[in-house]
Design a protein around this ligand. Structure first.
Ligand code: SF4
Length: 479
């Protein structure tokens, strides 16, 4: 049997996937191999996913963002699902999870894998429940057959809810919001109905055998993640985390890659504790966090509440962030929600990378800032996280081509454009015409008055748009 990425890395082999991710991340190949061999980074790359461009998930690499796609019973069609995949990848998703629970699951999953250049994750429990008809009718045979079929289809990583145990259920009784993980609630219902241990826990080593054959990566599900701030960091959450730590070691012994999922809803002051504890208990396995939301009061804006938590988690060492859309808690996201969620999370991921001093991360910020100060609008748009959004917002008020080099935008207007004033002042200082600014500019005497470009909110002008200004690079570096 072919070796997994983990086994090959342990044997000292630099696989083509390791070479590819080293190039993509601009990192040394041996460094990548060592991190994979140690289990501190994973390369989810199912042998049957032919369209995959390999990527890496680990705290030492750029923070990644996952987008959830998939249908529900209320909305199901293949074209719509492929469009969601396209929107997610277009807007920068590093992985996608197909969380479909509607009809035609097999065909949609196969199409998603066949069209996706990024790793595809699933929660096989959802399909198993659809097939069983009722969570209580789940059997280990059914679970294993669904897992094996999805592995064969080329799914790169799977959420397996094996960490929630029979003895954990009593720990959730005092919670405000009980068990909020879909998979967790299903396994809890099964255990309560049968009075037996979690079947996914019971057959965990058999699942390892399937994963090893196809090189599927575990995403160990956090079934007992807190669903509100009041339940964060409670006994139930941390008891399950201990089980996930033990399962991490079992999977690694089988040569299978592992990442571990995390909360949920956590107040800002306890996010660091969550990341540190996971890293310690799970021996450095990449932490894949769902948010966390730092307040419960903003349905409709939970891409914001959770991106705040995600940025903190990234700064503390989380390796991948599962996005949240504005529809969280309210409904199935549409393509615009996917875009909003991804933008919020890519900002969180990048902010974490910059804060952590990831090599090269801040180059992007510096390049955009230089384009901004140079009033190179086209370059600024191209460098923007969401170029279409940046261009469109700018052009709402100043749409003409002549504004592509304008030394202002409609936010402050030409007279109060601080960067233009600053550049003019620099130029004047350079020419010895202005000794001291004292933070003030006499508009009547300034070049702003001469330019007299249009009032804010219009694009008509009687001004001289061809007027030439000194470019920043022409100014003295000493200034
Ligand atoms: S007008 Fe204001 S926001 Fe616009 S470029 Fe100038 S300083 Fe920046």
């Amino acid at each position: 049997m072919a070796r997994t990425q983990l086994e090959a890395a342990r044997d000292g082999e630099t696989t083509p996937e390791i070479e590819r991710v080293a190039d993509r991340e601009n990192r040394d190949r041996e460094f990548v191999r060592e991190r994979v061999a140690a289990g501190e980074a994973v390369i989810p790359a199912n042998r049957n996913h032919g369209t995959l461009d390999p990527m890496i998930i680990g705290a030492d690499f750029a923070t990644k963002v996952n987008a959830n796609i998939g249908n529900s019973e209320e909305t199901s069609d293949l074209e719509g699902e492929l469009e969601k995949l396209h929107v997610a990848v277009h807007h920068g998703a590093d992985t996608v999870m197909d969380l479909g629970t509607g009809s035609d699951l097999d065909r949609i999953r196969e199409a998603n894998v066949a069209h996706s250049p990024v790793p595809v994750g699933t929660v096989p429990l959802y399909e198993a429940v659809k097939r069983a008809g009722d969570p209580e009718d789940l059997t280990t045979d059914l679970l294993l057959s669904v897992i094996e079929k999805q592995a064969e289809q080329g799914v790169d990583y799977m959420t397996i809810h094996a960490g929630i145990l029979l003895e954990h259920l009593a720990l959730t009784e005092g919670r405000k919001t009980g068990i909020v993980s879909r998979g967790g609630s299903i396994m809890a219902a099964w255990m309560e109905a049968h009075g037996e241990q979690n079947p996914l826990f019971q057959v965990f080593e058999e699942i390892c055998g399937i994963f090893r054959e196809y090189d599927v990566t575990f995403s160990l599900g956090d079934s007992l993640r807190p669903g509100c701030l009041a339940d964060a960091c409670d006994e139930a959450q941390y008891a399950e985390l201990d089980t996930l730590g033990a399962l991490t070691q079992v999977a690694r012994e089988h040569g299978v890659q592992v990442m571990v999922e995390g909360p949920g809803h956590v107040p800002m002051d306890r996010i660091a504790e969550n990341v540190e504890r996971q890293r310690e208990v799970c021996d450095g396995a990449p932490f894949y966090v769902l948010g966390p939301l730092v307040t419960d009061v903003a349905p409709g804006y939970d891409h914001v509440t959770s991106a705040i938590g995600a940025a903190i988690a990234a700064r503390e060492g989380a390796a991948m962030l599962c996005y949240v859309t504005p529809k969280e808690h309210l409904g199935l996201p549409d393509r615009e929600d996917v875009r909003e969620g991804l933008a919020a999370y890519r900002i969180a991921a990048h902010a974490g990378d910059v804060g952590n001093g990831l090599p090269g991360a801040r180059d992007w910020d510096d390049a955009l800032s230089e384009a901004r100060y140079a009033f190179d609008w086209s370059e600024q748009f191209e460098l923007s996280l969401d170029p279409e959004r940046a261009r469109s917002y700018h052009d709402q008020t100043l749409p003409g081509d002549n504004y592509r080099e304008a030394r202002f935008c409609s936010m402050c207007g030409v007279e109060f454009c601080s960067m233009r004033i600053d550049q003019d002042a620099r130029a004047e200082r350079e020419e010895g015409e202005l000794e001291e600014l004292n933070g003030e500019t006499d508009l009547a005497e300034s070049s702003a008055a001469e330019v007299n470009l249009p009032p804010v909110g219009t694009h008509e002008t009687g001004g001289d748009l061809d007027r030439e200004y000194p470019r920043p690079e022409e100014l003295s570096a000493d200034d």
